[in-house]
Design a protein around this ligand. Structure first.
Ligand code: 7TS
Length: 418
């Protein structure tokens, strides 16, 4: 019999970040006969054993649909699912569990806000202000809703270092701006945006603020009430949980006002052919059977993160990024894309005369996983005049040895192609 705890365990914070690597079974394997060096956590991070155990336990013993059965398994499953919601609420310091909507991930979270909030609030003459450094998932849903409502999408430019041009942002934020949507940490550049400052500016202009927190969650201790954002979107699979689960945090007052997005089971109170009444928050936005096991995995990932001393984690990751940036200067013709003063865990670069995909393939043969391409941020590539970059991204389980092996792989690529 499994037992679901309803609260995250209260344990002493972990300051020895290097010790965490052992918790990740995927990192103990070899690929192409070499020890795996995983430098693609910005695309998707690995799961610690505690998350894998929670997923297996849920799926083996407690699996049943939620919110609808009186039987034991359904009750246990519902408890596990709602306990995961409470852990997430507590972790990001949301005021109420009504403010935590489980989604498929960041993309679905942003589509939900764009469709529901944008669809009901925007009209011709209104503007949605974003930035040039957004992931496509924080561009396209806004483009789609602007097209439908006649509103205008306005991108704030970025500087050569890959920071938001704050003067331009101030100029573009006007009394026509209804919604401001921006990324907390850029996946293509690593830039950490001054979220509190941008949110305060947007609120002063009367706009609602949506933050894309996909890359921030595994690196920063996010407190939504301290940020005072109206919405915060993130994905489980970038913060050590499985794929297919994510969260939309929204202030209760706004979520209450917003019309439902998808219709179906779970989101209703009564249905007749004369009309339907909708369920209370957060179920109003969770149509259909949710990803119960994913939510349980996310709850376990949040428990895992809650144990970590984030000052130690940030120091560890800053040192890694500094070391990697320094060592990259040893590679002839290498150039870093994204040199913001406040930068986290992403090293995007090009090497003269070698296509990024070739760089990725050569280092893969040496057991090093990096991502190559436009990183779903084509406007960023346009801004820097490159078609693609190679990107090494770090997480809490990486160490200096991973960087040495990356540099060795890059030397091999240069030797082969020059
Ligand atoms: N926003 C940012 C900043 C992201 O980095 C990503 C995914 C998303 C939104 C979308 O998240 P999803 O979980 O809904 O897909 N970024 C990446 C990446 O950098 N490489 O692969 C996926």
């Amino acid at each position: 019999m499994s037992a679901v705890a309803t609260k995250s365990p209260d344990l002493a914070p972990i300051t020895d970040i290097a010790s965490l690597r052992e918790d990740f079974p995927a990192l103990q394997q070899r690929v192409h006969g070499q020890p795996l060096t995983y430098l693609d956590s910005a695309a998707s991070s690995q799961c610690p054993q505690a998350v894998l155990d929670a997923v297996v336990r849920q799926q083996s013993l407690d699996h049943a649909n939620v919110h609808r059965g009186v039987h034991q398994l359904s009750e246990r499953s519902t408890l596990a699912y709602e306990s995961a919601r409470e852990r997430v609420r507590d972790y990001i310091n949301a005021a109420s569990e009504h403010e935590i909507v489980f989604t498929r991930g960041t993309t679905e979270s942003i589509n939900l806000v764009a469709e529901s909030l944008g669809g009901s609030r925007l009209s011709a003459g209104d503007e949605v202000l974003i930035t040039w450094m957004e992931h496509h998932s924080n561009i396209v849903p806004w483009q789609m809703i602007c097209e439908r409502t006649g509103a205008r999408l306005v991108p704030a430019p970025i500087t050569d270092a890959g920071e938001i041009d704050l003067e331009a942002f101030d100029r573009l934020l006007t009394d026509r701006t209804r919604i401001v949507a921006f990324v907390h940490i850029s996946n293509a550049l690593g830039t950490v945006n001054p979220a509190r400052e941008l949110i305060a500016k947007a609120h002063a202009a009367g706009a609602v603020v949506v933050v894309d927190g996909a890359q921030a969650m595994p690196h920063k201790r996010v407190d939504v009430r301290d940020l005072d954002c109206d919405f915060y979107a993130f994905s489980g699979h970038k913060m050590f949980a499985p794929t297919g689960i994510g969260v939309l945090y929204g202030k209760e007052r706004l979520l209450e006002e917003m019309p439902p997005w998808q219709g179906g089971g779970e989101m209703i109170l009564t249905v007749s052919f004369d009309g339907t009444t909708y369920n209370a928050l957060p179920c109003k936005f969770e149509a259909g059977t949710p990803n119960i096991t994913g939510a349980v995995g996310l709850g376990a990932a949040v428990d895992y993160l809650a144990r970590i001393d984030f000052a130690a984690l940030e120091a560890h990751e800053t040192a890694l990024l500094g070391h990697a940036s320094e060592r990259l200067t040893e590679i002839d013709g290498a150039r870093i894309i994204g040199t913001a003063a406040d930068k986290a865990s992403v090293l995007s670069f090009v090497i003269d005369g070698i296509h990024a995909h070739d760089v990725g393939t050569i280092v893969d043969a040496a057991g090093v996983a990096v991502r190559t391409g436009h990183h779903c941020a084509m406007p960023v590539m346009d801004r820097f005049g490159v078609a693609a970059t190679a990107r090494a991204s770090f997480a809490l389980y990486n160490d200096d040895d991973d960087i040495d092996r990356l540099i060795l792989g890059l030397r091999q690529a240069v030797e082969l192609f020059r």
